[in-house]
Design a protein around this ligand. Structure first.
Ligand code: SF4
Length: 105
């Protein structure tokens, strides 16, 4: 049976810290997917697996980058991630702030 009812907290992956090991996506298969462009995990839904299974996936994460957060924080967290320029894992693993080049005059 799937998780069903909506939880009080949302599960969130800090993709900037994810190392792409895929453990979480093997444990809670309805919740986490490896985003194909960056090779980092993303929580694609909040009611796909039981709370216990999601917690188990969180516990397997070797870099502790999966967190329970308030639903209201999700938009803000997404915006913060979008402000980062994340490299595709397997090629480079650095995370750099997005650069703003001065306009030529
Ligand atoms: S377990 Fe953690 S590091 Fe591994 S893919 Fe999932 S979020 Fe990323």
């Amino acid at each position: 049976m799937l998780g069903g009812k909506l939880r009080e907290k949302a599960v969130w992956v800090d993709e900037s810290a994810c190392i792409g090991c895929r453990y979480c996506s093997h444990v809670a298969t309805n919740t986490f997917v490896i985003e194909p462009d960056l090779g980092r995990s993303r929580a694609i839904r909040q009611d796909g697996d039981s709370l216990e299974l999601v917690q188990e996936a969180i516990d397997t994460c070797p870099v502790n980058c999966i967190h329970w957060v308030n639903f209201e924080k999700l938009d803000e967290l997404r915006l913060q991630l979008e402000a980062l320029e994340m490299s595709t894992l397997g090629k480079q693993s650095s995370v750099r702030p997005r650069r703003h080049f001065p306009r030529s005059r």
